[in-house]
Design a protein around this ligand. Structure first.
Ligand code: SF4
Length: 229
């Protein structure tokens, strides 16, 4: 899993260069769906969602029930990013439904946020791996352009990563979630607050105190930046 993660972190870092500085020769072998012009009118969240809903670029298309493009508003106060669809999401095609989704809504409410008013919720991988296994490197490589294109368009004020995998990928680190969540990271100048996934907290109530501390950090950051809605 560490090698898979390293691969993905390298891909993300290469893609950041593409987004920031144009297509660089040393990165020509990386398959990136997002070019700098994509954020200036030729790309849209609707187009990305349509591509995801019909995507067969990796083997997860054979076992998924529904791909999950994610949902929410552009320029949200917070973009929440999880690893991949939970069983209820795969079953219904709706983001963060079921117990984990209801629990996430309670988190939002606790810091004055609303899912479809000032948030976006999505995942690193858009289709659920069978039996909840980790995504394979080729699946990660195939899927990552969607998230990168979304990030360019969504422009969140704060990113909150949910769980180990999403936190490691967005923070570009192989540290565990326990360490990552102790500080605020940066993704392209956007503050990133890693925390536990709602499903993990539902399984282990001892994590609730840590999550509350992370949510308070998000609220403080939003207040500092002057973004409440
Ligand atoms: S996981 Fe991503 S790349 Fe693979 S089929 Fe689903 S949307 Fe396409």
């Amino acid at each position: 899993m560490k090698d898979q993660l390293s691969d993905f972190i390298e891909i993300i870092n290469n893609a950041k260069d593409v987004i920031n500085g144009g297509w660089k020769t040393e990165h020509e072998s990386v398959t990136i769906g997002c070019r700098p012009g994509a954020s200036s009118g030729t790309d849209s969240l609707e187009l990305i969602a349509a591509e995801i809903l019909s995507c067969v670029k990796c083997n997860l298309s054979k076992t998924r029930h529904h791909p999950l493009p994610g949902t929410g508003v552009i320029n949200p106060v917070v973009m929440f990013i999880g690893e991949g669809p939970e069983p209820d999401e795969d079953k219904t095609g709706e983001s963060f439904v079921g117990r984990a989704g209801e629990y996430l809504d309670k988190w939002l409410d606790a810091i004055g946020l609303e899912r479809n008013k000032n948030c976006f919720v999505g995942n690193i991988i858009k289709c659920r791996p069978p039996e909840n296994r980790d995504p394979h490197p080729d699946e990660i490589t195939a899927c990552q352009p969607f998230l990168l294109r979304q990030l360019v368009l969504i422009k969140p004020t704060i990113i909150v990563t949910l769980g180990r995998f999403a936190s490691q990928v967005i923070c570009g680190s192989d540290e565990g979630i326990e360490k990552l969540r102790r500080r605020v990271h940066q993704y392209e100048g956007i503050p990133v607050v890693p925390t536990y996934h709602p499903s993990s907290v539902l399984r282990n109530k001892e994590l609730r105190g840590a999550v509350w501390s992370d949510l308070k950090r998000v609220k403080e950051l939003a207040d500092e930046i002057g973004r409440r809605n």
